[in-house]
Design a protein around this ligand. Structure first.
Ligand SMILES: C[S@@+](CC[C@H](N)C(=O)[O-])C[C@H]1O[C@@H](n2cnc3c(N)ncnc32)[C@H](O)[C@@H]1O
Length: 533
């Protein structure tokens, strides 16, 4: 471990090189937000010290597994590697956008362990199941920390038993805190710091009829009374319960219940109001997500037909429908919990949006080609493990598939009424269709633009190399986003264009002629022209 990362982090560190957080305008699009309040006075010290202006300064660093890096938060080390990688595959203008460096996390799932007198609410220590209390976490939106403190008081006052993993006993297992900064009654600059917290309590019982439900209700009421709209602080938005009794490591069970406050939860991102239910996927850094969406929109032509794979509640696809007036947007997602949020978001789309919009409950890896047919642009936003192998295969062979589909007398992918495949039928049953504009004219066409949003750097590099080696795609643009300052996890937005079928097709047509001419040349003069184009 480098000397400058030793635990006593707030003392001057004599032998460290001077590390500053200056960044070129290209590398740092927006200036970091204000640093945390307690800066030690190092100004009179003559020894060079690491600059603290972009340092984490979190008292939980190293005991908590959440952050892995505490200096230069604005530019994780991985950015240099990414820059090299993108250069090696032909993109020389990779840029990196760093937004808020502290208080950026607006969604946190925290384990609750310990005892009712001394609850521990936080993350696991690296490689263990020991929970580290993180009341002063610098990544959390400050109101998450305030809500955690209130929860801690409630647990103690009401004698709530935190979960015991070994015994499977106790009441409160986890809590999810999600912040909404959507409050149009406040001036825009005031909205972030006045974010309100939706608290989801993961309760160790089957449902509302269990014997300890009254205790859960009492805890919810405590939070509402002391943090809700009638309290002095007013930072609690709502309280939900999730019931989970399984002994595995899965945080949430299938049963949710809204207890107090507003049931709707909104954020404004990518130019639209986005509904987020506690059970569906939500971005942890909503500010950075908004910046990413605005950049992504520029790569989608007006009026395009778009497929959004790994769509969650469709935030990306719906933002494109509104801002790029898409002809059609097709969202594909495997988690059924996202459907309701999708429907609510659609209801709030501006009136001028007349795209054909659909959301399908389906596994992208099953017959992926069927989701791509009829779209000009495909957006993929897979989990950390990257693209499913079957989707990658289809993308690698896309132009030959398009030729096949076009030459087939009647495309099997457009025979909706004769559909017999059970998984497609299921997806159709659980799908939502809004608007009836057909997808692209001649719906056998396949995407010419692939927009890949990646949260797993290693898997992305593999997928990217595989796509490029197929010669069907060229990487045009790459942008990085500082979604998780304090870690080496960044998100990349990359844009691939189809290399075009015109040239390979021409070669295919001319090849017999070239070979024929070759034979004549060989017969006449004994020379060969190379044909391995
Ligand atoms: C990184 S999230 C992106 C969500 C969404 N694009 C957003 O920004 O809100 C990945 C999503 O992919 C979904 N997912 C994972 N595997 C899938 C699969 N095989 N088919 C469809 N969706 C999948 C997850 O449920 C999750 O919602």
């Amino acid at each position: 471990m480098p000397l400058c990362l030793l635990p006593n982090r707030l003392l001057p560190l004599p032998y460290c090189p001077l590390i500053t957080c200056h960044a070129s305008p290209a590398a740092l699009r927006s200036s970091p937000s204000s640093p945390p309040p307690t800066l030690p006075n190092l100004l009179n010290n003559t020894t060079p010290v690491p600059s603290l202006s972009c340092a984490l300064q979190c008292p939980h660093f190293q005991s908590c597994s959440g952050c892995t890096h505490e200096l230069n938060l604005h530019r994780p080390i991985i950015v240099d590697e990414a820059d090299q990688f993108f250069k090696s595959v032909g993109v020389s203008d990779f840029d990196f956008d760093s937004s808020r460096l502290w208080g950026w996390r607006s969604r946190a799932k925290l384990a609750v362990r310990g005892s009712s007198m001394k609850p521990l609410i936080g993350l696991y220590e690296e490689g263990t199941h020991n929970v580290v209390d993180i009341p002063h976490c610098k990544a959390h939106h400050p109101n998450i920390n305030a809500a955690v403190e209130l929860l801690r008081q409630g647990v103690t006052k009401l004698n709530i038993e935190p979960y015991d993993e070994d015994e499977g006993t106790g009441e409160l297992r986890y809590v999810q805190m999600a912040v909404t900064t959507y409050n149009t009654s406040l001036p825009a600059p005031e909205r972030y710091k006045n974010g309100k917290v939706q608290v989801s309590l993961v309760w160790n019982s089957r449902n509302e009829n269990s014997h300890n439900f009254e205790k859960l209700n009492a805890l919810a009421n405590f939070l509402w009374r002391n943090g809700g709209p009638k309290s002095d602080v007013r930072f609690i938005h709502s309280v939900w319960a999730n019931f989970q009794t399984s002994t595995n490591n899965i945080i949430f069970g299938n049963r949710w219940r809204h207890l107090l406050g507003e049931s709707g939860f909104w954020e404004h991102a990518g130019g639209i109001d986005v509904s987020l239910s506690p059970s569906s996927f939500g971005q942890a850094n909503t500010r950075a997500f908004d910046i990413l969406l605005r950049k992504l929109q520029k790569y989608v032509p007006y009026g395009a037909s778009v497929t959004d794979l790994y769509a969650g509640a469709g935030a990306i696809g719906l933002s494109l429908a509104a801002t790029r007036k898409c002809r059609s947007v097709k969202c594909v997602e495997v988690n059924k919990e996202s459907k309701l949020s999708f429907e609510k978001t659609v209801e709030r789309l501006p009136n001028y949006v007349d795209s054909s919009i659909s959301w399908h409950l389906a596994d992208t890896s099953v017959e992926p080609l069927s989701w791509l047919m009829g779209s000009e642009v495909v957006v993929v936003d897979p989990p950390r493990k990257g693209l499913d192998a079957s989707l990658l295969d289809v993308l690698r062979t896309i132009s030959s598939l398009e030729r096949k589909a076009k030459s087939a007398p009647e495309s099997s992918y457009s025979k909706v009424k004769d559909e017999k495949r059970p998984w497609v039928l299921r997806a159709m049953k659980d799908s939502v269709q809004i608007g009836s504009k057909p997808a692209l004219e001649g719906s056998e066409s396949l995407p010419q633009t692939l927009i890949y949003i990646s949260c797993g750097w290693e898997s992305f590099k593999e997928d990217c190399k595989s796509l490029l080696s197929s010669k069907k795609w060229r990487l045009e643009k790459a942008h990085g986003f500082n979604f998780f300052p304090g870690t080496q996890s960044t998100i990349h937005l990359t844009v691939f264009d189809a290399t075009g079928t015109a040239f390979p097709d021409l070669v295919q047509i001319l090849l017999p002629t070239i070979e024929f001419l070759n034979k004549i040349l060989a017969l006449a003069f004994g020379v060969f022209a190379p044909t391995n184009i």
